[in-house]
Design a protein around this ligand. Sequence first.
Ligand SMILES: Cc1ncc(COP(=O)(O)O)c(C=O)c1O
Length: 397
Amino acid sequence: MSEYTNTYQIEDEHYASFADKTRISIEKGKGVYVYDEDGKKYLDLTAGWGVTCIGHANPVITEALCDQSKKIIQNPNSGATYSPERSRLISLMQEILPENLTRVFFGNNGAEANDAAIKLARKVTGKLNIISMEKSFHGRTISTVSATGQNKHRNRFNPLIPHHIFVPYNDITAIKQVIGNDVAAVIVEPIQGEGGINVPDPDYLRNLSKLCAENNVLLIVDEIQTGFCRTGPMFLSNNIKIDILTMAKGIAGGFPFAGFAITEEIHDKIDKGDHGGTYSGNPLGCAVAYSVIKYILDNRIWENVEYVGKYIFTELKQLEKEYPNIIRDIRGKGLLIAVELADKDIAASINSKCLNDGLILNVIQGNIIRIFPALCISKEEMEEGLEIFKKALDGYD
Ligand SMILES: Cc1ncc(COP(=O)(O)O)c(C=O)c1O
């Protein structure tokens, strides 16, 4: 029985209510499982929104947190002093980032990283326009909402920051029509996440990079969702010439941390005071991010992502054939997979049946189940989730 008395009541009465909440109160987690206040076990196929990439309560994170918190959490004058933890992380980042992105900076969340990328792109180019993609998602601050290509996020905050131009995703011709002397940057997700897990043509990002270079426009690649092996490779922009890379989510396995990487050319054009933040590059976050990235590298996590990702994708494709009236499409890459259902009611019903049977899913855009578990999930654990999902499909009426 729960030792807590009134979690729901307190949150419902006093917590600002921005989310449509599920009535489940999570107390702890281990690996790919979480436990509610009453001890009920659930398989988590959401990884805390793509964040707990090496599992809940992974000892490497706990140890990094404990060890570093005993040394120092926040530097005096924060980013204006040096930190061995930060420098160790910076060195590791140099091993995994695209070669030309030689400068990194760390912050707290994805929106903040994108906000800085847009701000710096405008500053260093002296131009204002930013090209974004329809159905994109870049965050919830006023500037990142302005760069987000979905009306449901935008319209309620009008007027937004001007000078954002939207074009269809995966359409180079559309960008050619608007790219010009007044454009500072293009911002793009290599696979759109929240917008529906939309996978572009294989050469889309490379062609976009070429087009931006030809027009003297910066390319900002938002790898906040796709980074750190979510889809297999460390980044989808590896081996492609880009100017700014933004990262968050998996970077520190659930600890609030983020960053961006820029070229030396951009760095040459920034001035002291252009950016910063109280917690930027804070040693505690740096220690955790280091331990997570090291774990990813030491355990060659991308191999598991490819193995389990291929397994679940093939199984779901089979279900798509068996349930043509319920499943409309399966798409994605690695462990970022969309199960698009015929409508919102079906998605809500399957989601609640799965929850009842101990499986936590994430529904986006009303009718799409986004599967993005911890990257260390085993085939057997994924199989367990699949069985619960199949039961919910069978029982659908
Ligand atoms: C592609 C992308 N960019 C930006 C963000 C915003 O990140 P955060 O919620 O950490 O601010 C998200 C979050 O889902 C995302 O998926």
